[in-house]
Structure formats: C-alpha cells, structure tokens
Design a protein around this ligand. Structure first.
Ligand SMILES: Cc1cc2nc3c(=O)[nH]c(=O)nc-3n(C[C@H](O)[C@H](O)[C@H](O)COP(=O)(O)OP(=O)(O)OC[C@H]3O[C@@H](n4cnc5c(N)ncnc54)[C@H](O)[C@@H]3O)c2cc1C
Length: 438
C-alpha cells in the first residue's frame, strides 16, 4: 500500500455499539482514537436493547444477583468475571447518569423492573427503548471529544498482525477503497452473530467479523457454540430481522398460551428453558407460534412502559391491550466469543475485545436477562484503562507491514464475506461436535 493509503492512530476500535463507544470515552484524551462502523452509528444492536440494564441494588442483593447469574448460566460462568461485573455495576450506572441517560424515575428515585430468572427487580430502564437511551448519550458524548474520530460505512476486513502482535487493521471505505489503519492498540467491539442466521433479533450486518479474523490469525476463542435463543419474538411471515418482545413484558405479568388458550410454562424461568418449552408446545399444537397474553397488565402501564412494543404489534395487526400476540423463539445473543481476560486482553498482544463479540465466561452457557449491556460497559471500560497504562507509538514494523498489504487479496468483497461467514459457522459446528463427544 502507498503512504497515502495508511492512516495512523493510537487506538483503533471496530464497532460503535455500547462496548466500542464506552471504551473510547475512557481512553486518555491524549490518545488519538479512531472508531469505525460497518453502517451508520445508529445501526447497532445496542440501539435495539429494550428491557434494561441490571445493577446491584445494594450489598444485600449481592449474593442473590450472583446466584441468579450463575443459575441462568448453568454454573459454567467464571465467578471472577461475574464478581467484577456485579461489583462495578453501580459505578457504571452512575457514569451513565452523568452522561445524561434518562432512566425511569419516580419522585426522583430510580425505578427497577424485573425479567425472567431474576429473584428481585434490579433492572433499570427507559420505557422499552433502554438501549437507544444509553447508546445515543454515549454517541453524543463521543462526537464532542476532539481526540475521537468516527468513520461510518467503514468495514474492517483483516487484522494487520505478525508474531502474535496486532498492529491495526485493513479497512474498506464506502466507495470500496482499502486503507491500512495502524494502531498501537486495537479493540474488536463487533457485536453478535445474528446476521449468520435467517431468524434473528440482531441487525443482519452483524456477522461475527471479529471472530472470523480471530480464526484467521489464531486468536483464541471460547464457548462459541453457546448461542442464545430468545423465547418471544413477534411471529411474522415477512422476512428480515425478528422484532423482540422483551422479557420484561413477562416480568411484569404477561403469560404464554397454547393453541387451546392454556398456560403451559412458568414464563419467568431462564430463557433457554422457556424457549425449549415453546418449541415443544409448537410441535404439540402443530403451529409455527404460541401466543403471549398481556391481559394481566394494566392498559396505561403497557402504553407507558412498552410504547414501542405496543406500536409495532399494532402495525402487524395486534392490539396487545386487547388480544394475545403470536410469538416464536429466534436467535438473539452470543454468549461465546473471542477469549478475553478481565482487562479485555485477547491472546494476541495489543488486541483487545469487548462486548458481545468477547467472552470471559461471565454469562456461562446462558445469559441472564439484561446482563449484556452491563457486561459490555464494565469490560470495555477496563480494556480502556489497561490501554491507558502503556505508552503508545507506531513502530517501524507496523509501517513495514502496512506497506506490504496487497489490496488484491481483498478485491472480491462478496467472496470475502462468504468465506468469513462459512468459516465462523464451521467453527461453531466443530465446537458443538467437540462438546458432544466430551
Ligand atoms: C432486540 C434486542 C434487544 C436486546 N435487549 C437487551 C436488554 O434489554 N438488555 C441487555 O442487557 N441486552 C439486550 N440486548 C443485547 C445487547 O443489546 C447487546 O448484547 C449489546 O448491545 C452488544 O453491544 P456491542 O457494543 O457488543 O455490539 P453492537 O451494539 O451490536 O455493535 C456492534 C458494532 O460493530 C460494528 N461492526 C461489526 N462488524 C464490523 C466490521 N467488520 N467492521 C467495522 N465495524 C463492524 C457494527 O457496525 C456495530 O457498530 C438486546 C439485543 C437485541 C438484538
């Protein structure tokens, strides 16, 4: 590559969801930070989060929060990661409030809601658009910072790495031009893998690119067969992203009904158990859905707490204040990912990962509702603090590697996408096979 195709920065972050943005905001102001995103900034799963974000209500809640997280995760969680997440939760929420996140309040006090597998209400929310409320505040703050540059419609297509040391990434701009971004540290915050599946609540451009590049460069992965199916997405014959009906609707009293109009499961069990029960019921009923009834919820409460869900169901022809809606499970969340330690470090030097693409075992085999935003924020911030501990510089090796990048190997973008997609799906299947033989 020519000199004018090389961009230098201190930290490169791939992804503008909560993980990418929060880490950027905690990097020292003297670092040049470049954040890239495949589409516009508002197109990330972080904007879609509905139910809310967990927080430790007080020390008396610690054991219960810890136990709920481990129980949902089938006790495969990393206790150290769970402890770090829970004990950092109040500080992170205070920082969000300082950034202006408008959590629901009554008489000035924060309101808490409940979701499946939580013993007590410990979830903060803003209507049914909590992710939008949080992420838009973080984005607004990032846009104010003079050391942060955001490039939209810019896709990371490879890492620049040698001898297990990351020096940045090769990126493709909207017009197809390729650039080498050289960075002292790189953070992969590329989100989930829903784009690999035909029925998912995720944005379709989230195709596990961080995982594909980790596979290519032998960066360690963990639990990549742990994929969460959400029990209740709105049933629709139309193709495209599935619309989620948040678990907090069930937390507030909605019930699941079979074709005969009878309840068939305790709706507040962990997601994997409820999803299994729904699949079984669909088979028994011979129908592609079951129904979710909000009849026990007050109409005013539905309109105030769940306005988006109400509107969206209405668009599909269902008034949730009057009738049950058809729901079906769909791919929702990725518990596995790029293996990280508690500081967000991957197995490659100067390469970090944060958010849904990363895995330090905090969720075990199944994520507890509303722990994802919290986990993303806590460990993204820790990665930033770790990066701040060391001096940043661009080495001669980095420049040499950038010059050696040959754009021809990335010329066929569609083929590259197909290859990465197939490799990630194959790796997931291989991991499933290994676990079945253990
Ligand atoms: C419908 C829905 C509801 C949810 N509700 C909740 C909830 O109530 N509570 C909760 O805790 N969690 C919830 N979640 C999960 C939570 O929203 C996500 O796990 C979390 O937001 C992930 O944040 P992230 O920053 O890791 O990824 P994302 O927010 O998905 O961001 C990923 C970013 O990476 C970028 N990217 C991907 N590949 C590349 C590439 N190759 N080059 C450049 N950029 C790239 C994308 O463009 C995007 O900017 C929900 C998820 C969904 C889908």
């Amino acid at each position: 590559m020519q000199n004018n195709d090389i961009i230098e920065t201190d930290v490169l972050i791939a992804g503008t969801g909560v993980a990418g943005l929060f880490s950027a905001l905690y990097l020292s102001p003297d670092r040049r930070v470049l954040i890239i995103t495949k589409e516009e900034c508002e197109h990330s799963d972080s904007f879609l989060a509905q139910g809310g974000i967990c927080v430790l209500r007080g020390m008396e809640d610690y054991d219960s929060f810890f136990e709920d997280t481990l129980k949902a995760g089938h006790f495969e969680n990393s206790p150290a990661a769970v402890h770090t997440m829970i004990s950092s939760s109040r500080a992170v929420i205070n920082q969000l409030v300082a950034f202006g996140v408008p959590f629901e309040r009554e008489n000035g006090n924060l309101c808490y809601t409940r979701e499946g597998a939580h013993k007590v209400p410990r979830i903060l929310y803003h209507q049914d658009t909590t992710g939008d409320a949080i992420t838009s505040c973080l984005l607004k703050e990032a846009r104010k910072r003079s050391n942060i540059t955001i490039m939209e419609h810019t896709t990371m297509v490879d890492l620049i790495a040698e001898d297990n040391h990351c020096y940045g990434a090769v990126v493709r701009l909207k017009d197809g031009t390729l650039k080498s971004v050289l960075a002292h540290d790189t953070i992969l915050a590329t989100g989930g893998i829903g784009g690999l599946y035909s029925h998912s609540t995720n944005f379709p451009h989230l195709t596990g690119d961080g995982l594909a590049l980790s596979l290519k460069h032998n960066v360690a992965l963990q639990n990549i067969d742990y994929i969460q199916i959400h029990p209740t997405t709105l049933y629709s014959k139309k193709p495209g992203r599935r619309f989620l009906i948040s678990e907090s609707v069930r937390g507030e009293g909605a019930i699941l009904l079979n074709a005969a109009g009878e309840r068939f499961v305790n709706e507040l069990q962990p997601r994997d158990i409820v999803a299994k029960a729904i699949f079984k019921q669909m088979e028994l009923d011979g129908k592609p859905y079951v129904r979710l009834s909000l009849e026990k919820l007050d109409r005013e409460m539905i309109l105030h707490h769940f306005p988006t869900i109400y509107e969206r169901c209405l668009e599909e022809g269902y008034d949730v204040t009057k009738e049950p809606v058809p729901v079906v499970p769909a791919q929702h969340y990725f518990m596995g990912g790029i293996k990280i330690d508690l500081e967000g470090r991957t197995s490659m030097r100067h390469l970090y990962a944060a958010g849904e693409t990363a895995c330090n075992g905090v969720h075990g085999a199944n994520r507890l509702a509303s722990n994802s935003l919290l986990e993303s924020l806590v460990f993204a911030q820790r990665a930033a603090f770790d990066i701040n501990c060391r001096k940043s510089h661009i080495s001669d090796t980095a420049v040499k590697l950038a010059k050696a990048v040959s754009p021809e190997q990335y010329a066929d973008g569609e083929q590259l996408k197909k290859t990465y997609r197939e490799q990630v799906l194959a790796a997931i299947e291989t991991e499933k096979g290994h676990k079945n033989h253990e």
